[in-house]
Design a binder for this molecule. Structure first.
Ligand SMILES: Nc1ncnc2c1ncn2[C@@H]1O[C@H](COP(=O)(O)OP(=O)(O)OP(=O)(O)O)[C@@H](O)[C@H]1O
Ligand SMILES: [Mg+2]
Length: 161
């Protein structure tokens, strides 16, 4: 099950993140996949906007994990935004407590998730962003878990991209 979107500008990418946020709830894990400068942080910022996060969401490249308080459909949630680019070994993901973010009251966004693959829940949503620079992006949203199917259909049907 996958949905594809085209994003011409960084605002389009943020907007898709914001629209996805409308379908997220506590316990969801979203892996953000793509090369340097693809737009993973921009997408995450859109999700944050959709979850009513107050204040700027900056890239956690150097800090690994940023946490925010937000709201998903009227329910208080914690938003965790991770960037695992700087990890060298999969075990480091365990050391930083990655699994503490896979809990019911938390929505977790992970840039550069590959190194932590073994720790990620199978029912995660994957957002793959292709392209870089000022080129348009192709954004493929998919999951191995059929429980995302309905939400992805809603996202595709409501989209303004
Ligand atoms: N359609 C687009 N979608 C997203 N970003 C775009 C687009 N067009 C241009 N850009 C630019 O690409 C850059 C994306 O930066 P961003 O920090 O979101 O990437 P990233 O994937 O998080 O990179 P990193 O791997 O370094 O964390 C921004 O400078 C943004 O303005
Ligand atoms: Mg980033």
């Amino acid at each position: 099950m996958e949905q594809r979107f085209t994003s011409i500008t960084v605002e389009d990418t943020r907007e898709l993140g914001k629209q996805l946020a409308g379908f997220l709830c506590g316990g969801d894990v979203v892996a953000l996949i793509g090369d340097l400068g693809a737009g993973k942080t921009a997408f995450a910022q859109g999700v944050g906007e959709g979850l009513a996060i107050v204040g700027p969401m900056t890239s956690p490249t150097f800090t690994l994990i940023h946490e925010y308080n937000g709201q998903a459909n009227g329910t208080e949630i914690r938003l965790v935004h991770m960037d695992l680019y700087r990890l060298q070994h999969p075990e480091e993901a365990e050391v930083i407590g990655i699994e503490d973010s896979f809990v019911e009251d938390t929505i977790c966004l992970i840039e550069w998730p590959k190194i932590a693959e073994d720790y990620l829940p199978d029912d995660r949503l994957n957002v793959e962003i292709h392209g870089s620079g000022e080129m348009p992006r192709e954004i493929i949203v998919y999951s191995n878990d059929s429980r995302w199917e309905q939400r992805l259909n809603f996202l595709a049907n409501n989209r303004r991209l």
